[in-house]
Design a protein around this ligand. Structure first.
Ligand SMILES: [Fe+2]
Ligand SMILES: [Fe+2]
Length: 271
């Protein structure tokens, strides 16, 4: 479908405004990230953060695969597929991104093979559940808003703050490649998904759907960071008050348990 120059200008203007809205969203500049330079975090804090963040890394490609199935045109599918090929490891020595993340987890103190055995804060589980819901139940453009603007546009800004904190905590560059490589790759992913978006931001209703997806994702992201903050505080208390009664993670599920309970399936529905 040919776009007029005016339609393209309107779409680009909307996307530019959305980028600005995202840049200043509390999910992107959450206080735990914003304070990294002035209130440095320890390696022990990053061990906690690493364990809570792993399930987000490990589920991301699945959201995108589900969304790809629902893309309305080959052009949109191409842009999503380009991002996916990178996530599978095309530009990271054949190692997919969760494999790269595992290297960071080991540097942060997690044991090999036990990355998915960390009790997860309910806000971490909420984040994942919300993104599966968005990518399977909401209209396609809400999903594209959540993964494009909501993820690929926001990650370089969030990771820049995280990397400052990781360096201050003494991690070597080779240990934090997952983080640094995303500051570059997600600039590209964000740009590619912007190209997928530009053809679908022509009507006010389309623009509203894209913005809704971005904000749903970032609201869940803000809650995620609060969950991480809570986990770090609980771990700090446990370290300073040994044997301090019941731990706050009682009853919390691990990624391994969630995977055993959850079935994610595209299927034929006849009406
Ligand atoms: Fe990635
Ligand atoms: Fe990405």
């Amino acid at each position: 479908m040919a776009r007029t120059a005016q339609q393209e200008r309107t779409a680009r203007q909307f996307l530019g405004d959305l980028r600005e809205e995202i840049r200043t969203h509390a999910g992107v500049g959450h206080s735990i990230l914003g304070r990294m330079k002035t209130d440095p975090r320890s390696r022990a804090d990053f061990q906690v953060l690493a364990g809570q963040h792993f399930p987000l890394v490990g589920n991301f490609t699945r959201y995108m695969e589900l969304l790809l199935l629902r893309a309305p045109s080959s052009e949109a599918k191409c842009w999503l597929a380009k991002v996916l090929v990178d996530e599978y490891g095309e530009r990271s020595e054949g190692q997919d991104h969760s494999e790269h993340y595992r290297k960071f987890m080991h540097a942060a103190g997690h044991k090999l093979g036990e990355e998915d055995t960390v009790p997860l804060h309910p806000e971490v589980v909420h984040f994942i559940r919300e993104h599966y819901r968005i990518c399977t139940e909401e209209p396609f453009l809400v999903g594209l808003g959540a993964l494009g603007p909501g993820h690929e546009w926001s990650i370089p800004a969030m990771f820049e703050l995280a990397v400052a904190g990781l360096r201050k905590a003494g991690f070597a560059e080779s240990e934090i490649e997952y983080w640094t490589m995303h500051m570059d790759q997600d600039q590209d992913h964000g740009a590619w998904l912007e190209e997928a978006l530009v053809g679908y931001c022509e009507t006010p209703q389309q623009r509203e759907q894209v913005r809704k997806g971005a904000l749903l994702s970032l609201d869940a992201r803000e809650r995620f960071w609060w969950g991480v903050t809570d986990k770090i505080a609980a771990a700090t208390t446990r370290r300073s008050v040994p044997g301090a009664g019941a731990t706050s993670d009682e009853g919390q599920l691990t990624l391994r348990q969630l995977r055993a309970k959850w079935r994610i399936e595209p299927r034929l529905v006849e009406e």
